[in-house]
Design a protein around this ligand. Structure first.
Ligand code: GDP
Length: 313
């Protein structure tokens, strides 16, 4: 995965040194752990996460499971794999939480440009593909183009869009409009639930406004939408390319809206993606999906174990 290419190369370099050794001394193990630590820090993984990760790996690597292993180097790779899986959220790994009684309400939150609108299309497309009847809701009324952008995305995905302004059709007869104009995102979100119930949409995906930086007004608005519709999932979308800021942003959104899951976006980008890897560990919330491009199908359900294996590949 592009965002982790350099991390993957560095880690495999660290293991290569180890493999050429045969028998391992504590000094060999420490040298490897130092290399792993540098590789993680250079990839922008948060310092606290690196510290606890390398601490765990070191303790296990110096213990019996390695000294008694037939292939100690291979055993260390397995330990790193298991510990990385934990950092990525093993144990909190779970599927999307569907409501027992439809509609399931999914709210998207995150900074502007994080990839929320794109994700709305991908999620809608994926849900439709798995037999659901999703409805996208344009509750980002901050940016003039946001509603139109969601309508374009919805049309591409073949998923209807509930938009606050009447007559903003984008060529699709599927586009639903409430018939009255309103500039209040809370009202739009609330009305969309009525439409979903009436027209039997089983999943409602609410796109919300994002700002360039975290701000209180944005957070209050997101919280008001949340309180009005009581979502089954609040997905925090984080751009893997934003680097070190990922952790602070995630913490702010966690405090602000108490999100239920994370979506890592732009994992296809070639910036250092390590900070995004820290988000599950720092917030204790599961990463549910990964977004890997601009296309509708560039999207996958996130599995910590598979991602760890890919990073260590
Ligand atoms: P929003 O402001 O959070 O709704 O973000 P958008 O969905 O508008 O996305 C911002 C930009 O990032 C757009 O140009 C998208 O095409 C692009 N984008 C979104 N997700 C991805 C992704 O996974 N990979 C790449 N390369 N670009 C993405």
């Amino acid at each position: 995965m592009a965002a982790f290419t350099s991390l993957t190369d560095r880690l495999s370099g660290a293991f290569k040194h180890l493999r050429s050794k045969g028998k391992l001394t504590p000094a060999d193990i420490d040298a490897t752990i130092r290399e792993i630590r540098r590789a993680l820090l250079d990839a922008d993984v948060a310092l606290d996460v690196v510290r606890s990760f390398t601490g765990e790996v070191r303790e296990r690597a110096l213990g019996e499971e390695v000294s008694k292993a037939l292939n100690p180097a291979q055993q260390i790779v397995s330990i790193v794999n298991e510990e990385l899986t934990k950092v990525l959220g093993a144990g909190v790994d779970r599927p999307l939480n569907f409501a027992k009684k439809p509609p399931t309400i999914i709210m998207l939150a995150g900074l502007q440009g994080a990839g929320k609108t794109t994700l709305a299309g991908k999620l809608g497309y994926w849900l439709k593909d798995t037999g659901h009847t999703p409805l996208l809701v344009a509750a980002d009324l901050q940016r003039p183009n946001a509603v139109t952008q969601l309508q374009v995305v919805g049309e591409r995905a073949g998923v209807p869009v509930y938009a606050p302004e009447p007559g903003v059709q984008s060529g699709s007869s599927d586009v639903v409009s409430p018939g009255q104009s309103t500039g209040d995102p809370v009202k739009v979100a609330r009305e969309s639930l009525r439409v979903a119930q009436e027209k039997l949409y089983d999943t409602v995906i609410i796109d919300t406004a994002g700002r360039l930086g975290v701000d209180q007004e944005l957070m209050t608005q997101a919280r008001n939408i949340r309180d009005a519709v009581q979502p089954n999932e609040i997905l925090f979308v984080i751009d893997a390319m934003i680097g070190q800021d990922a952790v602070q942003t995630a913490k702010a959104f966690d405090e602000g809206v108490d999100f239920t899951g994370v979506v890592l976006s732009k994992l296809d980008g070639d910036a250092r993606g390590g900070a995004a890897l820290s988000v599950a560990s720092v917030t204790g919330k599961p990463i549910l999906f990964a977004s890997t491009g601009e296309g509708l199908k560039d999207f996958e359900v996130f599995h910590p174990d598979r991602m760890a294996s890919r990073i260590l590949d």
